[in-house]
Each structure stands twice: as C-alpha cells, then as structure tokens.
Write a protein that binds this ligand. Structure first.
Ligand SMILES: [Zn+2]
Ligand SMILES: [Zn+2]
Length: 491
C-alpha cells in the first residue's frame, strides 16, 4: 500500500506543468501588441506611453511593453499578434533575434517607428540622448529585410534636414492603411536617403525642401511590405511626443498596427485621443476671491463625461445659467455685497431650478450675509465673525488626518479611509439635519467635514478638503469630487 502511494506521488511530480490559458491575462477579442523599447537615442521613456495610449484609446488593442527585448524568446512572443519597435540600440542576441524573425516570417506583424529603422545595420550603434557609441556591430541582415530599408553612413548619408512642419501626402490609396486617409500636417524630422529594399509598397511621402537641408524631392515615409507570411508597416514619423500628437501620425500608426496584425483595417481615418461626450455633465467651475494652487484645475480634468468651463468672479453669474449648465462647482470666496442684484438672481434661479451644486473647501465662507444661501442651500457656514449662537470658526494648515467616507452614499461610494494632508476647519456652523459624508476624529478638525445639504430644490454637496496640491493630486480626492459632480447632476 505504502509503495502504491509513493508511486502515485512520483507520477504526479513527473507530469509536465499545465499551461495556463492566455485568456486569463489578455482582454478578449483584442489585438495583442508588444512594444519593444528600452534603448533609443530618442526619448523612448516619453514616446512609448504615447504609442501605447494611441492604440489603447481605440479599444481595439491590448498592449504590453518590453524594455528588455534582448530577453525575448519564442515563448514570450507566442501570445502576441504584432510587435511595435520603438527601439534603437545594440543587437538583441541570437535567441531573441531568431524568435522575432520567426514571429514575423510565420505570419504575424511588425511595426517600425521612426529611429527603429536605424539599428542592426552597418551604421554605428547609437546611445541615449543622440550619442554615438563608436561601436560597430555585425549587421543583423534579417532586420533590414523586415524593415525594407537600411541606414547608410556613406554618401548620400541616410538622415534628415532641419526639423520643420510639412505635409504628408498619401500615395498608396489602394492599401488598407492609406484608404480614406487625408493628407496631413506634422512637425517632425523628414528622413531621406534610405537604402530601400525591393518590395516596399510606398503609402505616404513628403516633399523634402532643399532649403532646409533636404533632397529637393518627395521622400517615402510610410510603406508596407511582406516578410515571409508576415506583414510589416514602417513609419519614419514620430521623432518625439510633439510629432506624435499630429492626428495624422496617430491614425496612420494605429491603422498600420492593425493592418500588420490582422491584414485589414477597421479603424477610422481619425483617432480622437480625447473624444467629446455629447451627453457630458456640463459644469461651471467658479473660482476667484481666494488664491489657490493651479493644481486644483486637474481635479476635474480628464473625465470624458464631465465638461468643465471655468469662469471666475466677479462675472461668473452674469448670465442665466440654467440652460448652459447642470452643476455649479464653487471653489470661490465671495461675499454678497460684491455680487450685483442680477447675478444673485441668476444664482438663485439656477439653484431653485433643481440643478446641482458642489461646494469645495473655502466656498463654505461664501455669502455670510445672505442667510438664505448658507442656511438653506449650503446647510453650513464658516463663521468669519462670531455672532449670536455661532462662535467664530478657525483653520489650521498642514494637518495630516484620516478621513472616513460614509458608506452607502453615491458620492463616497467605493472610497476607503483616506490619509489627507490638508487644512482643517473648526467650529464651522452646520445644520443638524445634513447627511454626513466625511468624518474625521482629528482634534484640530470638526468631526463632520463633508455633507449633503437638506435643501430640497436641488442636490447640494459640501466637501471641506481641497486646500492644496497634496489633496488635488490625490486620486481618491479626484474620485470623490467626480462622484459628487455626477450625483449633483442626477447621474
Ligand atoms: Zn528623430
Ligand atoms: Zn484653504
């Protein structure tokens, strides 16, 4: 019996390890892209995230990045559909190079961006920040065959004239990458004197102005070619992040990646990196009357479903705001005597129309002599001067505190206890019937530092944190304010 158990144990150990299916690690139905980078005479640390984001924004790709391509082998490449090279540096060694060659030759895709056409040939190896290492390596011939071109240090040298803005014209309209694309403007280097290999289908060219050190001819910048059963797309564009922001670069690059991976193109001729949402919550953000760090403006930045206009005092309420906005976010400091009667009326009609109001930080000082505003709408007031039954409020800067969001309210949904470094207020007057959203037990602070006002005609939220950069840049705070805006808008 004992011997049997022993034998079973040995059999289990002797089994080959089971493979874990890729679907546990990749997004289903998306083209799998591996960007190769980590060495480049260009600023790969800045450009790689752009190359990644341009693909991810389309929703078509699942993108990974390798900063050590020399470590690649057949197994690491196997799950991918296409490689994007943003690499310009020394050779990768036999195992990685053979794996890449086989990857493309056997039917997958390769995309070559800007200086990635340079390495592995007869020219000197380049280092970081445009340095020349003085080292010459034996060429990797298959790379030139895949790219469809070589760089040469012999006259006429491969390179570029002065960087300038030029128009890229499409020539290969019948090709899926070029089909439906309009000519576009870019500020970039314009590569010339490539030693081209036969078999390139040139897709786009630009005129290389001799007055700027160019050839005085049209130069091929994008092409497509076959390597074995695989597809290669080359773009000479993309010197830096600024060049890459040209809509023509983004669209041609993403379409090139799609074609290299799948042999067809479904992406539009224009890829909007921050598409507008027609149904976005329309926010009027009112500042003025109190200084603050510019970092505040990033709190509401980057949400596609929230569109923010900033209008500071003293003109913020000059219009009837009801048609233009869904939510008023106040990060201002103003007293009622500075607000003309008509502006007061516009504010009142907005609030009474059932819209949303989000009051942040020092906005709780607003309109101390407009009792309707603080008693009915805000449900609280930072008391500048003590009055009957209301002692003066006080503040303290640079406090490290723990803030506990209330559970069960959409404004605080999903937020854990937060560590903040902020300004605290004490003795802020507040109605008994507010719905608390944020609490702290820090002795320098009131206990309730965020609430929903009982005001019935519109949705009003007050959030006391938000004095400086430490809070503005905190993802939790950004989420808290975003959720407050969404809730105030009735979303
Ligand atoms: Zn460059
Ligand atoms: Zn403050």
């Amino acid at each position: 019996m004992r011997r049997w158990l022993l034998l079973l144990g040995v059999a289990a150990l002797g089994q080959p390890p089971a493979e874990v299916p890729d679907r546990f690690y990749f997004e289903e139905g998306k083209i799998r892209v591996l960007i190769l980078t980590g060495r480049n005479n260009h600023d790969w640390r800045a450009t790689t995230p752009v190359l990644r984001a341009a693909l991810e924004k389309t929703g078509r790709f699942d993108v990974r990045v390798s900063e050590e391509p020399a470590g690649l082998d057949e197994k690491t490449l196997r799950p991918y559909d296409v490689l994007v090279s943003n690499y310009c540096g020394p050779r990768w060694g036999g195992r990685a190079e053979e794996a890449v060659e086989r990857f493309v030759r056997e039917g997958k895709g390769l995309v070559v961006v800007h200086a990635a056409s340079y390495p592995f040939g007869e020219a000197v190896v380049l280092g970081e920040k445009m340095t020349r290492t003085g080292v010459y390596e034996a060429p990797w011939a298959a790379w030139g065959e895949m790219v469809g071109a070589l760089w040469s240090e012999k006259e006429p040298r491969t390179g570029h004239g002065r960087r300038h803005a030029y128009r890229v014209e499409w020539t290969g309209e019948a090709h899926p990458v070029a089909e439906g694309m309009a000519p576009f403007l870019i500020s970039d280097e314009l590569y010339h004197h490539f030693r081209l290999k036969p078999g390139n289908v040139v897709l786009a060219e630009a005129f290389d102005d001799a007055a700027l050190g160019g050839t005085g001819k049209r130069e091929p910048l994008m092409w497509a070619r076959a390597y074995g059963k695989g597809r290669v797309f080359h773009t000479a564009l993309g010197h830096d992040v600024d060049a890459m922001t040209a809509p023509g670069f983004l669209a041609s690059y993403a379409r090139g990646v799609e074609w290299a991976a799948a042999g067809k193109v479904t992406l539009a001729a224009r890829i909007d990196m921050s598409p507008k949402d027609a149904n976005a919550v329309r926010v009027l953000l009112v500042t003025g009357g109190h200084d603050h760090e510019a970092s505040f403006y990033q709190v509401l930045e980057g949400w596609r479903h929230i569109r923010v206009n900033v209008d500071p005092h003293p003109v913020a309420f000059r219009h009837d705001l009801r048609k233009m906005y869904d939510v008023l976010v106040l990060y201002d400091s103003i007293q009622v005597e500075h607000l003309p009667e008509r502006h007061r009326e516009n504010l009142r009609t907005f609030v009474e129309a059932g819209k949303g109001v989000v009051l942040l930080h020092h906005a709780i000082v607003d309109f101390a002599d407009w009792e309707w505003w603080w008693r009915e709408v805000m449900g609280g007031l930072y008391v500048l001067k003590a009055r009957e039954g209301m002692p003066a409020s006080s503040y303290l800067h640079d406090v490290e505190l723990v803030v506990e969001p209330a559970g069960g309210h959409p404004v605080t949904r999903g937020l854990p206890a937060m560590r903040l470094f902020d300004e605290t207020y004490k003795n802020v007057w507040r109605r008994e019937d507010v719905v608390p959203l944020l609490r702290t037990n820090h002795p320098a602070s009131d206990a309730v530092i965020g609430w929903v006002s009982p005001y019935e005609k519109s949705r009003v939220v007050f959030l006391q944190p938000g004095h400086g950069r430490e809070t503005h840049e905190l993802p939790w705070y950004r989420r808290l304010v975003r959720q407050a805006v969404e809730w105030a808008a009735g979303r």
